[in-house]
Design a protein around this ligand. Structure first.
Ligand SMILES: [Zn+2]
Length: 255
């Protein structure tokens, strides 16, 4: 259990910091109605076929898997999701001049839609709002591909090279992008405070941002509703609802 004292401790650490690096996971988007895929009530836990759909080998090999994936993309409630108080609080942190980088495991672009500067956002798992061609690497807005599906194409291919199109996200079985991971880990080494939000910090290499920042002398604040793998490294841990907590610890104090 935590409470007002922990929030106050976290707020003081944020107030004192000048180069905050934020790491966000699925927990910050659940208040926007986007399900946590891996959690106990997660989409993949309840529907193993959905996990198969997002495995790159199956997606590339099986037209039926791609057709099912396009149908479920059309129906995804994530398109209608709006940023919540947690996303907005991190925009306030940027406006205070304290944000060095925001690394996110989320693919929903809700940070950018809340008003975060895109150049500060590092998307380690890509974005569901873009498509990429597996052959030529061309990227385009997801909306263009979805419009083709709505118009009757069940498995749209690249207009340039006829290659297979997929969501520009890191699927199971697909390698992370080394340049993006380097950027995330380098940012952690430059932080004077690392704020981890809505992640259990179990997925490497991104979870190693916490020990990297700690070794470089940064203070560590963790906001998550469950214990995380890195709690032992934290200077403050807060378990209250994320939107409320971030509003309390990131927004500038009033006059
Ligand atoms: Zn192509």
């Amino acid at each position: 259990m935590t409470g007002a004292d922990d929030i106050e401790a976290a707020r003081r650490l944020v107030d004192a910091a000048q180069r905050v690096v934020v790491l966000t996971g699925a927990g910050i988007s659940t208040e926007s109605g986007i399900p946590d895929f891996r959690g106990p009530r997660g989409v993949w836990t309840r529907n193993p076929a959905a996990e198969k759909q997002s495995t790159i080998q199956n997606y590339l090999a099986e037209p039926e898997v791609r057709k099912a994936a396009w149908r479920s993309r059309l129906d995804s409630p994530a398109w209608r999701a709006e940023p919540n108080a947690g996303h907005r609080a991190l925009v306030a942190l940027e406006r205070r001049g304290k944000l060095h980088a925001l690394v996110t495991q989320n693919i929903d672009e809700l940070h950018q839609r809340a008003g975060q500067s895109p150049e500060l956002v590092v998307e380690v798992h890509g974005s569901m709002r873009r498509v990429m061609c597996w052959e030529c690497g061309r990227r385009a807005p997801m909306e263009e591909a979805l419009a083709r599906v709505r118009a009757g194409e069940d498995d749209p291919h690249c207009r340039d090279c006829s290659g297979i199109l997929k969501s520009d996200t890191i699927s199971f079985g697909q390698a992370l992008v080394p340049e993006v991971i380097d950027r995330a880990l380098n940012a952690a080494a430059e932080a004077d405070l690392l704020l981890a939000v809505g992640t259990t910090l179990q997925v490497q290499p991104v979870a190693s941002m916490v020990p990297i920042a700690a070794r470089a002398g940064a203070r560590i604040v963790i906001v998550n509703d469950q214990p995380t793998a890195m709690d032992a490294l934290a200077d403050a841990i807060v378990r209250e609802p994320i939107g409320e907590v971030l509003t309390a610890i990131c927004a500038a104090k009033g006059p």
